[in-house]
Design a protein around this ligand. Sequence first.
Ligand code: GLN
Length: 211
Amino acid sequence: MAGDSSRSESRGSDYSNAVTIGVLALQGDYEAHARAFASLGARAVLVRKADELEGLDGLVLPGGESTTMLKFLERNGFFRALGQFAVARPCFATCAGCILLAREVLHPPQQSLGVFDATVERNAYGRQINSSILTAETKVPGGPLEMVFIRAPRITRVGKEVEVLACRDGFPTLARQGHLLVATFHPEMSDDTRVQRLFLDYAYRNSALKP
Ligand code: GLN
């Protein structure tokens, strides 16, 4: 995604009707994600059922509570449909969403879609309100990146196919594996939209390849 920034630059921050981004809206911070993508000119639609995955150029799996999301996903084959979508189509998963996508979830172990080759420990930074804001170096062009952490998970292992784009204390906080982008923080809570644009660029280019 980051490798080919030429096309994203040529579209600037206006993806008007060129890209439709679904936002999984079962629970959690989906409204803020939808607003951020809409502000960049993408068509943002809320997704609550398996058949609403159809025709999307990309899907956001937001932060929230992964255990609650899993309960909703048990209904009507949604978990399975989401797994099939994530195998093939661009997904941007933040915090609880990252937990849903991971190959292995610990602390405690929990079911997941298993498509992103990483081990993720839930609530890894303590149990109290533990929100924090950190600004750190990133491979995403444009300088240090603000990262808002809320009861964040920690990525403790990544597979060979995973490119790490930012870290906290040496642990990945932003990472990409092919068509999947994950963050352990909440990009939708910062004014900086570079991470969303990175994802939109990928979804846009992927969409252009669609028959
Ligand atoms: N602690 C949540 C979980 O385990 C994730 C927190 C978040 O998404 N901000 O699912």
